[in-house]
Design a protein around this ligand. Structure first.
Ligand SMILES: [Mn+2]
Length: 497
């Protein structure tokens, strides 16, 4: 970052170096981005250096999860003795021209530090039997060289950062200037691994020292480490779910406004709750009215909302610490299910009940999926949509024309959490207390599916809850939202007043 400072300010003499070259062509991009064109007088540059109060914060307490992040780093250290481990937060990504997407740190970095700052890097340096950790961050903006007001990432533009001393207190990790890290990594010797895909500059500094295979082992370890949640994480997931419940209530209260506009009104309403109570939505909200419910990842949300149709709302609030809920309800837009909607809904409900009942310690991960699929196959045979017997349907997977997707997934800092975990620890694994997963069966009859009676076409139902595996079974973290069809109708009537 330092090398991109405005040379005219760092070195006032450079300003008038060569009159033939337009000054603008030599301006660093960051300065131009902010509309600051040449013309900063020496007097102004000098003036801006001083007259600023010392705002160092002295009474900072460690973040709430400092003990947990320390334990996570200790587990990582034990797995890779004698090796340097580099875990970047990632960098800002350009949205267009000089605007960036809102930043979200890599889950690996946030999980190990509790910090979420762009360009941050956690490094575990081998020492003795273990490692020493250092968190590399951009320090406070320098007032002396003008960085704070002339650099696009200066504090005047993007807000105050924590000083390195403050960061040490907050995260319980010694902090250093990240601008010196790439050179240090280039010069360092000994085995090293990096979490790839987040910080091209850091990866470039390590390019001759790492291999894809060894780096993948690091990524896999950090994904599997998150399979079992600690108490802090479970508390955060419950917070995410509780905010999500309120977001669903918000939506029900404004369904008449959505009918007058579009699915976007639902998306915006839920987003308001997510931004006020949390960090963001954990994934693009699926606000699917009518036949859009049959499009599994419907996020365009630009369709009409009509009385008599169903609304499939799949949305989750992400907390300030990045833990997200993932909840789906399929609601009658006018408050009452039709007979056929109810028949299909109740079948999905029964499948979900069977799925949730199969979530317990010692059960295979696949059990809840199998349990839910069996119920759905039974109903499809019963309704005459597919020829039985049920065993044949399940064996050939014929129910999947209408059930489409897996019945759930791990949930945490990613909505599809632990995605890099090996098959043997996840999909072919065994449930343990502390795991949190979704149970979300569905039935979807596409609008153009000629194999089902016409009245089924365009109906899609999914019910999704967030389930914690406990020592003796499970706890539904999203039980605050009614699921049974009659309870859903009663709940909606109460909210619509
Ligand atoms: Mn889900």
């Amino acid at each position: 970052m330092a090398e991109e400072l405005n040379p005219a300010v760092s070195d006032p003499a450079a300003d008038a170096a060569d009159p033939e070259v337009p000054a603008e062509a030599e301006e660093p991009i960051k300065q131009r981005k902010n509309g600051l064109y040449p013309g900063v007088s020496d007097e102004l540059a000098e003036n801006m250096k001083s007259g600023w109060a010392d705002t160092e914060l002295h009474d900072l307490e460690p973040i709430a999860q400092a003990a947990e992040t320390a334990a996570r780093r200790a587990a990582l250290s034990a797995r890779f003795p004698g090796e340097r481990l580099v875990i970047p937060a990632g960098n800002l990504k350009t949205r267009s021209n000089d605007t960036e997407y809102s930043f979200r740190a890599s889950v690996e970095y946030a999980y190990l530090t509790g910090n979420q700052t762009e360009d941050g890097v956690l490094v575990l340096e081998p020492k003795g039997d273990g490692h020493t950790a250092t968190i590399y961050l951009l320090p406070r903006s320098d007032r002396e060289n003008g960085e704070f007001w002339l650099d696009g990432q200066g504090e005047l533009w993007v807000g105050r950062r924590h000083s390195l001393t403050e960061a040490e207190k907050l995260y319980g990790i010694p902090a250093s200037d990240v601008r010196e890290l790439a050179d240090a990594l280039r010069e360092a010797t000994g085995p090293v691994r990096v979490v790839r895909g987040h910080d091209a500059g850091i990866e470039a500094a390590l390019t001759d020292k790492v291999t894809a295979e060894r780096d993948e082992e690091l990524r896999v370890f950090l994904s599997e480490a998150r399979l079992v949640k600690d108490e802090f994480e479970i508390g955060e997931l419950q917070k995410a779910v509780d905010s999500t419940v309120r977001g669903f209530e918000d939506v029900v209260k404004v369904l008449d406004k959505a009918e007058a506009t579009s699915e976007r009104y639902i998306e915006g309403t839920f987003f308001l709750r997510a931004r006020v109570e949390g960090n963001d939505v954990g994934y693009g909200s699926i606000c699917a009215a009518g036949p859009h419910a049959c499009t599994l990842h419907w996020v365009r949300n630009d369709g009409p909302v009509r009385s008599g149709d169903l609304l499939l709302l799949d949305a989750g609030v992400e907390t300030h610490t990045y833990y997200t809920a993932d909840v789906t309800r399929t609601l009658p837009i006018n408050g009452t299910y039709t007979e056929l909607q109810k028949k299909i809904y109740d079948a999905v409900y029964d499948a979900q009940e069977a799925g949730i009942a199969a979530v317990k310690p010692g059960a295979k991960y696949r059990d809840f999926h199998d349990a839910a699929q069996r119920v759905l196959a039974e109903r499809l045979v019963e309704w005459g949509l597919v020829e039985g017997p049920v065993e044949r349907v399940l064996e050939l997977g014929l129910q999947r024309r209408w059930t489409l997707h897996g019945t759930g997934h791990m949930l945490g800092m990613d909505v599809h959490d632990c995605a890099a975990a090996r098959v043997e620890t996840y999909v072919d694994g065994t449930l343990e207390p502390g795991m949190v997963l979704t149970v979300e069966p569905g039935l979807y009859f596409q609008a153009d599916d000629l194999t089902v009676p016409e009245e089924y076409r365009g109906i899609g139902v999914r019910i999704e809850d967030d389930i914690l595996v406990t020592a003796d079974g499970n706890r539904n973290l999203s039980a605050g939202l009614p699921r049974r069809s009659d309870e859903v109708e009663e709940w909606m009537a109460g909210l619509k007043g």
